[in-house]
Design a protein around this ligand. Structure first.
Ligand code: OOB
Length: 547
């Protein structure tokens, strides 16, 4: 098994420790300290169930011992594929304490993605819910175990079927020994999944030291403390609702987390009223829905103080409506699972809050804006955003090709974002250099979807591009050259779904063409091809509006 590590150059690591960013905490110790400091305080609310910090701490211990008793070992990797359910917390803290690495999958991921995560992380375990929103995760697990026999352990929150119930693992933990030694703060705690700008998702190893720094700093920037009630509506396996400050930042600060079973206003608004939630994080399309619903709601939302919006670009016209309609402070969040996170600050003026995507968490986040030849652009001009710092990774797990492409020789991460810097050091996102589609915060790699389309017998060639969408910001359009008789668009969409991909990757629109225009150089550059198709779509859109 290839060990997972994440190492910064020694002098930088020393600096980050000296400056107090990395304080030698681990997730296990962090939860223990909170549980000792305020054992009775409520940490988690789901429906009628309330768990105190002591309760969560106890359950995490049981699962840590239980997972080891099941035969898992420190350093093993376990895919955690859970929706927003209570079990998420004792599972991940149990794994942390045992030194086992969670690999976070999103609820929307399906067999193709999960198989890829299992292979690339060499996972031996898989944690799922029994079923959610009509989807049975146990069937997915059965398929996964057939395809990747190395996944020898499947644990289920709920009805286990042929697998092992988490409740039984907890029970086994009652009599099993506690982990002998815990992980070190500089060890990798877990792996996140990259948005996948080119091809398949990559694994992002994050250490206890670096991630806990972001929790502490984010909680401070967002004004979280023991009195706050954080409502989580986005899937918390994603880096944004997990850590910006998200659920883990809320636990770090000793706040209360309320799990919301659905992001829709019909479910969230009554919960805000009942639990007096004061903070929530949304993506832009969801904000639109909430804004509309807020105009008519009879629910008391007056407890809400801060509403974060991030994951995709929030346009100023929408940002401007937040305070008048919801009576809350807007906070923009621009971040990435690889590290760098920017926030507008709660005391920023309106113009900054509405018109920028914030500034970095850390004084030691280094930002460079460069042209396509890696030369610094003049001040105020847009450029490709490069970054490195105390919580931005220096490389993906076991992926030298991606690392050569995504990192400079001196360790800057190439974010793929095109941004502009204001005079005060705030970032304004202008777009993406690469070919990923940001569908309302859900990231789609054009290349990945093209590869699946190309596998269809009726497809000769395919190019997937983003197109502007009023609601989602961007949606996906697949240009197809048919082989022989044209397949029907619905069949191609079904094809993608049946290939076991997350539903958000199904192209929103399919356009058949006879050929792709050759590029200036006469050869087929997919990048240029996508750019020209995108330009064509934009032109058509303009014509439609003009006429
Ligand atoms: C967050 O993380 P990822 O890894 O799913 O996606 C990162 C990419 C960024 O590189 C950027 O292209 C886009 O998502 N993005 C934004 C944005 N926030 C993220 N683009 C425009 N405006 C924003 N506010 O999406 C993520 C991770 C942590 C915190 C927040 C978001």
């Amino acid at each position: 098994m290839i060990p997972v590590s994440q190492v910064w150059p020694e002098e930088l690591a020393r600096l980050y420790r000296q400056k107090g960013y990395w304080r030698g905490e681990t997730f296990g110790s962090m939860l223990r300290e909170r549980a000792q400091a305020h054992p009775e305080r409520i940490a988690l609310v789901e429906g009628e169930t309330r768990w105190s910090y002591a309760e969560l701490d106890r359950r995490a211990d049981l699962l840590a011992a239980g997972f080891l008793a099941e035969g898992l070992k420190p350093g093993d990797r376990v895919i955690v594929h859970l929706p927003n359910v209570l079990a998420f917390f004792p599972v991940v803290f149990g794994l942390f304490r045992a030194g086992i690495l969670p690999v976070y999958a999103l609820p929307a991921h399906r067999i193709t993605e999960i198989e890829h995560f299992a292979r690339s992380s060499e996972a031996v375990g898989y944690v799922i819910a029994d079923h959610q929103d009509g989807f049975d995760y146990r069937e997915l697990a059965t398929e996964l175990c057939q395809r990747v026999p190395a996944v020898a352990h499947v644990f289920v929150a709920g009805e286990a079927g042929p697998f092992r119930a988490l409740d039984d693992v907890s029970r086994a933990g009652e009599t099993a020994p506690a982990p002998a030694t815990g992980p070190q703060p500089s060890d990798v705690a877990f792996m996140q999944i990259s948005g996948g700008s080119t091809g398949l998702s990559k694994l992002i190893p994050r250490t206890h030291d670096d991630y806990i720094y972001t929790l502490r700093a984010s909680a401070e920037i967002c004004g979280l403390d023991g009195d706050n009630v954080f409502l989580v509506v986005l899937p918390m396996a994603h880096n944004y609702p997990m850590s910006s400050p998200g659920v883990l930042g809320a636990l770090y600060a000793g706040s209360r987390i309320v799990l919301c079973p659905s992001p829709s206003p019909e479910v969230a608004f009554p919960l805000i009223e009942r639990e007096r939630a004061d903070m929530v994080s949304l993506v832009p399309p969801l904000l639109l829905v909430w804004l509309d619903a807020a105009e008519q709601t009879t629910h008391d939302l007056s407890s809400l103080k801060v509403m974060q919006v991030g994951g995709a670009k929030l346009i100023p016209e929408v940002a401007r409506r937040v305070r008048p309609l919801l009576g809350v402070q807007l906070q923009q969040v621009f971040g990435m699972a690889e590290g760098l996170v920017n926030y507008t600050r709660l005391d920023d003026d309106d113009e900054t809050m509405i018109g920028t995507q914030g500034r970095p968490i850390s004084p030691d986040d280094e930002i460079r804006l460069v042209d396509d030849q890696d030369r610094d652009v003049p001040a105020g001009e847009p450029g490709n955003l490069l970054t490195r710092g105390p919580y931005t990774i220096r490389g993906y797990h076991n992926n030298p090709t991606a690392n050569a492409r995504s990192f400079t020789e001196d360790g800057f991460y190439r974010t793929g974002d095109i941004v502009r810097l204001t005079e005060r050091g705030y970032l304004v996102v202008q777009g993406r250099a690469g070919d990923h589609i940001n569908r309302g915060g859900e990231k789609i790699s054009a290349e990945e979807v093209e590869d699946h389309l190309l596998a269809h017998p009726g497809v000769f060639d395919a190019a997937v591009v983003s197109m502007p969408d009023e609601y989602l910001g961007e949606r996906s359009c697949a240009f197809i050259i048919a082989r022989g008789e044209k397949p029907r668009a619905v069949d191609l969409k079904r094809w993608i779904r049946e290939r076991g991909l997350a539903a958000f990757k199904v192209p929103d629109q399919i356009v058949f063409v006879d050929k792709f225009a050759a590029t200036a150089a006469g050869k087929i550059s997919r990048k240029e091809l996508r750019a020209s198709l995108r330009a064509m779509l934009a032109e058509q859109e303009q014509e439609k509006q003009g006429g």
